[in-house]
Design a protein around this ligand. Structure first.
Ligand code: FES
Length: 116
């Protein structure tokens, strides 16, 4: 059963920023982008890279370890690993691309509530 749990204050997450938090034992990355708030897993689905240390541009976060990119709005893979096409093809055979987990977010009384 899932529930909405407070993960932070909306007023403390500025536009274009991200913050790693732990919600009920789950590592979550909160992101403010385009006037909205998003919550995704802080673990890259490739090999667990810390996405809070990656680059955020608009709604795209880049893993700092091997450069995979994910759309924070729905978690889909934009790029699976950075590198040449042959390297990417081999990498995809070894480990199939997987989206990053996303969580529903609600704002209530300045609280960022994440469905966990
Ligand atoms: S751990 Fe994120 S791309 Fe490899």
């Amino acid at each position: 059963m899932t529930d909405f749990v407070e993960a932070g204050k909306a007023s403390e997450l500025e536009e274009g920023t991200k913050r790693a938090v732990e919600v009920c034992g789950t590592r979550v990355l909160l992101i403010g982008s385009g006037g909205k708030y998003y919550a995704i897993s802080n673990r890259c689905p490739h090999l667990g890279g810390n996405l809070s240390q990656g680059h955020l541009q608009g709604t795209v976060v880049t893993c700092p370890v091997h450069g995979s990119q994910f759309d924070i709005t729905d978690g889909h893979v934009i790029r699976w690993l950075k590198g040449s096409r042959p390297l990417q093809a081999i990498s995809k055979m070894l480990k199939r691309p997987k989206p990053v987990a996303t969580y529903e977010v609600k704002i209530a009384d300045n609280k960022i509530l994440v469905e966990i």
